[in-house]
Design a binder for this molecule. Structure first.
Ligand SMILES: C[S@@+](CC[C@H](N)C(=O)[O-])C[C@H]1O[C@@H](n2cnc3c(N)ncnc32)[C@H](O)[C@@H]1O
Length: 182
């Protein structure tokens, strides 16, 4: 197992492969796992070398006191940065702020990746609102070297400079769902 990055919280398990929660039915698991191919080494594909977790120390930043994900080196436009790793599940998890949607079936079944209790560096990516005029990265589905469906983070059309915060859009509905919280 690889070592935890700096600032990693004690109460969150650091993982590099997504485990499957018991709520995931076999057909959904098979869909995510993909057609078996020759297993390739995924060394270096996870993208952890591209990023660094940093404490947000500026009081003007809306996530002041929390952490964010920053570029550890220059990242070219339209480039895979890192896969979002967490627990794959098929439950409603409205209380998790680290749960993203991986796939939705037409019958309503939804596959999510929840990094609230286990995950990798990607769980620290913040939303651009209040920080920059627009995101410099986005979530994108892809099949990794093993053929497994993953949600990844990709840079947008501009270079991300070393040291810049990597920011996505969580989407308006993500914020709307939380604006009603008391
Ligand atoms: C997936 S976590 C991101 C990592 C988080 N900053 C941390 O240190 O664990 C989502 C949480 O980050 C914070 N956050 C992210 N983007 C934000 C923004 N633009 N404005 C305010 N808070 C933000 C909110 O507290 C949100 O619930």
């Amino acid at each position: 197992m690889s070592h935890k990055p700096r600032h990693w919280p004690d109460n969150v398990l650091y993982i590099q492969d997504c485990p499957y929660h018991r709520s995931v039915p076999k057909h959904a698991r098979d869909f995510v796992l993909g057609t078996p191919t020759i297993k390739r080494s995924r060394q270096g594909q996870s993208g952890r070398a591209n990023v660094i977790i940093r404490a947000i120390t500026s009081p003007e930043h809306p996530a002041f006191g929390q952490y964010g994900l920053f570029a550890a080196r220059k990242i070219s436009p339209d480039t895979h940065i890192i896969d979002y790793v967490g627990e794959i599940h098929c439950e409603e998890r409205p209380d998790s702020d680290y749960d993203i949607s991986l796939h939705r079936y037409q019958d309503g079944l939804s596959i999510g990746v929840d990094a609230s209790s286990m995950g990798n560096e990607a769980r620290f990516i913040n939303d651009f609102r209040g920080i920059r005029p627009k995101p410099n990265a986005s979530f994108a589905e892809r099949r990794n070297g093993d053929g497994e469906l993953t949600m990844s983070i990709r840079s947008s059309k501009d270079i991300i400079k070393k040291g810049e915060e990597i920011l996505v859009s969580y989407g308006k509905s993500w914020w709307r769902a939380r604006s009603n919280d008391s």
